[in-house]
Write a protein that binds this ligand. Structure first.
Ligand SMILES: NC(=O)c1ccc[n+]([C@@H]2O[C@H](COP(=O)([O-])OP(=O)(O)OC[C@H]3O[C@@H](n4cnc5c(N)ncnc54)[C@H](OP(=O)(O)O)[C@@H]3O)[C@@H](O)[C@H]2O)c1
Length: 324
């Protein structure tokens, strides 16, 4: 069976490298080109393949079925447009085309299949998919069923504390991310609702009918990869069995694991899953739910979800080539 040629822009970065490794094991996609900027011309072994990075300017977009852009936000959009103009379909891993980022006119479909049937069918026919952010994937999938069921108090405050491994910041050198700066440490950053992902989350929750504030405080965890989010949600009434509620909401989702115990990073690393649980909080006057969710920022939070979307775009098995 002929494989579909695909290209990866920004393939020397963390998300791009993860994508190349997954594509190397995909039954229906084959890597046609992989680009880099400062590392262009260099060769690297990724999984079982030897990859030589080309410059973005030197690749032919019209020879591939889909281009994955793992370029930094801001740098991605012009290349998405070039790939699209050459007739290729695109999955953009940057935030450039996500909801709330001002580029709605391009008509990119937000690539979070688990938001429901209409999202999934929109992804299937999309020419450009905006792949969700890593924090938003872990947080929105924990909130969407509650918002949809109108269970969240209008005007209430949803408080999210989320911790990410260091690969979430990419692999360009930054002093504050040196090993000696992050090891044995744990800190909050982007405090005061200023993180770039907030717009994507509030726009998506509003589109789902949400009307609560989101207070989002990210933290830097001194591990290479993984995100754990604890999400406190004020409800109109207590949920009798919160785990059963989420199990029903995600009954047919292959990449969402609703569990009784607290999810841990070690449960999700190198897997394309969001693992979550929920429990009512004791001793509060307002009924309050705590949802905990965990994912691998480079897989379900980036490259894995991008491949999941591409599988849908090419009418392949949604799970093809993805680590379960
Ligand atoms: N890291 C995550 O957990 C994660 C999760 C979800 C989404 N994302 C998104 O995925 C994208 C990539 O993230 P990352 O963490 O993989 O970043 P990264 O490690 O910094 O990699 C960036 C890639 O883009 C290339 N590049 C940088 N500036 C460029 C430019 N001006 N023109 C062309 N190529 C350029 C880099 O090439 P050189 O290295 O050769 O310079 C590298 O291949 C970002 O938009 C990010 O927001 C990342």
């Amino acid at each position: 069976m002929n494989k579909i040629p695909v290209g990866v822009l920004g393939a020397s970065g963390y998300a791009g490298r993860e994508l190349c490794a997954l594509i190397g094991q995909h039954p229906r996609f084959s890597l046609s080109f992989a680009t880099a900027n400062e590392q262009r011309g260099q060769s690297m072994r990724v999984a079982r393949q030897q990859i030589t990075y080309a410059a973005n300017d030197d690749v032919s977009f019209d020879r591939v079925g889909v281009v994955f852009s793992a370029l930094p936000h801001g740098a991605s959009l012009p290349w998405v447009e070039r790939a699209q103009a050459a007739g290729s379909r695109v999955v953009d891993l940057s935030s450039d085309l996500r909801p709330g980022n001002g580029q709605e006119a391009i008509g990119a479909v937000y690539g979070m299949p688990e938001l429901g049937t209409s999202t999934r069918s929109a992804i299937r026919s999309a020419t450009v998919v905006a792949n969700p952010g890593c924090y938003p994937t872990s947080i929105l999938l924990a909130l969407a069923p509650l918002v949809r069921a109108r269970l969240v108090i209008a005007g209430g405050a949803i408080v999210v504390n989320a911790s990410s491994g260091v690969s979430g910041a990419g692999n360009s050198p930054k002093r504050e991310l040196l090993f000696a700066e992050v090891a044995d440490d744990y800190r909050a950053y982007a405090v005061g609702n200023v993180h770039r992902h907030l717009k994507e989350m509030t726009a998506t929750l509003t589109a789902l009918g949400g009307d609560a504030d989101l207070i989002f405080t990210p933290h830097l965890l001194p591990v290479p990869r993984g995100i754990l989010s604890t999400i406190t949600v004020p409800l109109i009434a207590p949920l009798e069995d919160p785990v059963a509620f989420f199990r029903e909401a995600y009954a047919n989702e292959p990449f969402i694991e609703v569990v009784d115990e607290q999810p841990m990073l070690r449960d999700v690393l190198r897997r394309n899953v969001v693992r979550l649980t929920a429990a009512m909080i004791a001793g509060t006057r307002i009924p309050t739910l705590l949802v905990t969710s965990a994912l691998d920022n480079l897989v379900k939070g980036a490259a894995g979800q991008a491949l999941q979307n591409a599988n849908l775009m090419f009418a392949l098995d949604e799970c093809a080539g993805l680590p379960p």
